[in-house]
Design a protein around this ligand. Structure first.
Ligand SMILES: [Zn+2]
Ligand SMILES: [Zn+2]
Length: 206
């Protein structure tokens, strides 16, 4: 599996480019900003992008969506409960970022759906709490956790649609059930593991 992280935009959002070594198909997770930087990385890796997957619809994760969609022609996938955030952005004013032209998604995701790029397989975990249709993507011994779980942190729940008890439930029932050695690639900040968060994340105890 090919995996590259690109940190983009004023809020330091992690955009991930994932690909199959065997057939060079790829997907882009959360093209938050700086489309040119993302394109360059995709080109260097020689990937044909099949999906653009959005862990959720906040502006800092979708800022370069339109340009990336236009350049790759890839299918834009987002959870059903989050699709309306691509049409109307309440998070943009709250996060202080300009909102680009709305773009309808091509594919609506549900919990348990699979996303396959060549011989690389991921599935969708619906993890509401930070936002209603937030997802994590699990597979290949790793999990992309969006803004649900961070290295020593958890997602904020004060934006529209946020819910702290839902967030804790999502983390405990969808993420903390994964093996300790699962590597966590969050939407912001450094990566971690499920085991390290189980032991050391102050928000998951008490
Ligand atoms: Zn967010
Ligand atoms: Zn974010």
């Amino acid at each position: 599996m090919i995996l590259k992280k690109v940190v983009v935009g004023p809020l330091g959002s992690n955009c991930y480019i994932v690909g199959s070594e065997s057939n060079k198909e790829g997907m882009i997770i959360d093209p938050g900003d700086e489309a040119e930087v993302i394109f360059k990385k995709v080109k260097d890796l020689g990937l044909a992008i099949k999906f653009i997957v959005l862990t959720h619809g906040h502006i800092d994760h979708i800022g370069a969506l339109k340009e990336v969609k236009k350049a790759t022609g890839a299918e834009v996938a987002i959870h059903t409960d989050e699709a309306k955030s691509l049409q109307k952005q309440s998070s943009s004013t709250l996060l202080g970022l300009a909102y680009p032209t709305p773009l309808p998604p091509d594919r609506l995701l549900q919990d348990g759906d699979s996303l396959d790029i060549g011989d690389v397989h991921f599935w969708v975990l619906h993890t509401p709490g930070h936002s209603p249709g937030g997802i994590c993507l699990s597979g290949e011994g790793i999990v992309f956790s969006g803004d649900t779980l961070f290295n020593c942190g958890i997602g904020r729940t004060d934006l529209p649609g946020g819910n702290s008890s839902q967030l804790m439930n999502s983390i405990h029932t969808k993420l903390m059930v994964l093996p300790d050695n699962t590597v966590v690639y969050p939407g912001h900040g450094p990566d971690t593991t499920i085991g390290a968060e189980r032991r050391g994340n102050p928000f998951l105890h008490g």
